[in-house]
Design a protein around this ligand. Structure first.
Ligand SMILES: Cc1cc2nc3c(=O)[nH]c(=O)nc-3n(C[C@H](O)[C@H](O)[C@H](O)COP(=O)(O)OP(=O)(O)OC[C@H]3O[C@@H](n4cnc5c(N)ncnc54)[C@H](O)[C@@H]3O)c2cc1C
Length: 365
């Protein structure tokens, strides 16, 4: 009997404690309706408090760039607060310079909306739209890279600059119960306004790439927002050096195709670095392009070719190959896209060749 009473009273205590926690959580996290004033009254949104500023804005169709989907690993979702909203969090610190902190810049993904806020964002972000699309075609490019062609359903066309990216939304699947949103550079031509092509490399265990590679089929509907990004063709530069690795080829392909289509008077050299032959893709595509356009040279290189690759092209790290082919920086710009390691190594080599920082543009994946 006494055991029964003890179990009963423990259960009752646990139930009361749980009720207290739920009530406290409700009380502490119930911030009611909060107003977000954007750009001095240009738009005023009313949102339920308690979510991140990034989520609150996107729920009202105001899309801030975010490549990591709110994990504070990309540092792209910067907004300026007109009035302070408390101290900068440790998760934000690595991404904010001293002057940015003084100016009230915060990461929208880390800031919880608990009261009315006044923020400033670049005007062009009001033009970013969410697109409903249908996957028209999925093509295997390598053992871990697929190309996705999306037909735009609503809105039916997109305006973007070659080099920019969209943020693709996944849907819940398997052990990933929440949708995530990740950045993917547009690989197709800006003039083809009713479609978007993306090149997506499978990251083992990655939430969005596993969804795209293993759970999306031709005919499925997918949403993405965009266009975002500062990686696009700049004024100047008679000769352009493009360097890419892996899926970093995507924005470079769009840039090269755009320049050729517009018949811009520029010489272009495209260096693509891979380890083995199985990691190369679009080789025939770029070779044919080079055969038709004397101002375009394509230089694929393998850093780990083995005899069965039967490779007779350039060999070595892409940085060494670039150093062999680019003698000086006179009249040149460089556009790089790939892993942070590849970008850093390229920045050093380009610096030694004589490139100034202002002539080098890059997107790190
Ligand atoms: C501006 C921009 C443009 C991009 N464009 C492209 C593109 O065109 N094609 C493309 O394939 N990717 C692109 N990316 C990378 C992409 O946004 C995702 O980060 C990547 O696809 C992984 O997402 P995930 O959800 O599958 O992995 P997550 O669930 O985010 O990560 C899973 C794990 O993998 C690690 N990880 C994350 N990203 C990578 C990576 N790239 N390589 C190795 N490990 C990683 C994480 O640290 C984590 O441990 C771009 C990124 C940026 C910032």
């Amino acid at each position: 009997m006494s055991v029964f009473l003890t179990v009963l009273s423990l259960s009752a205590l646990a139930t009361i404690l749980a009720a207290v926690v739920v009530a406290a959580d409700y009380k502490l996290n119930n911030y009611g309706i909060c107003a977000i004033d954007i750009n001095n009254g240009t738009r005023v949104l009313e949102v339920n408090g308690g979510s991140s500023l990034l989520t609150s804005l996107s729920s009202q169709k105001v899309f801030i760039p975010s490549a990591c989907g709110g994990k504070a690993t990309c540092g792209l979702c910067k907004v300026t607060l007109v009035e302070s909203a408390g101290p900068v969090l440790p998760t934000e610190e690595p991404f904010l310079s001293g002057p940015e902190r003084d100016a009230g810049v915060r990461l929208a993904c880390q800031l919880k909306v608990k009261h009315d806020l006044k923020i400033l964002i670049p005007e062009e972000l009001f033009n970013i739209k969410q697109y409903r699309t249908r996957v028209r075609r999925i093509t295997d490019l390598t053992h871990d890279i697929k190309e996705f062609e999306f037909e735009l359903l609503e809105p039916g066309s997109i305006d973007f600059k070659a080099g920019q990216y969209v943020q693709v939304d996944s849907k819940p699947y398997d052990k990933v119960p929440e949708p995530v949103s990740r950045a993917y550079s547009i690989a197709s031509l800006p003039s083809e306004k009713n479609k978007v092509e993306l090149i997506i490399r499978l990251v083992p265990g990655g939430a969005c790439t596993t969804f795209m590679h293993n759970h999306v089929q031709e005919g499925d509907e997918i949403t993405f927002a965009g266009p975002f990004g500062e990686f696009y063709l700049r004024e100047g530069g008679d000769e352009l050096i493009f360097i890419a690795g892996g899926s970093g080829l995507a924005p470079i392909r769009s840039l090269i195709l755009d320049i050729l289509e517009k018949k811009l008077d520029k010489k272009m050299k495209f260096f693509f670095g891979a380890v083995r032959k199985r990691d190369l893709y679009y080789v025939d595509f770029f070779r044919e392009l080079a055969a038709r356009h004397p101002n375009f040279t394509y230089i694929p290189a393998l850093s780990g070719a083995v005899p069965e690759d039967a490779w007779d092209g350039e060999e070595g790290l892409i940085t060494d190959v670039v150093a062999r082919h680019v003698e000086d920086a006179v009249g040149k710009q460089a556009y790089l896209c790939g892993s942070p390691g590849m970008i850093n190594a390229c920045l050093q080599v380009l610096g030694k060749i004589g490139f100034e920082k202002k002539s080098i543009f890059y997107d790190e994946f």
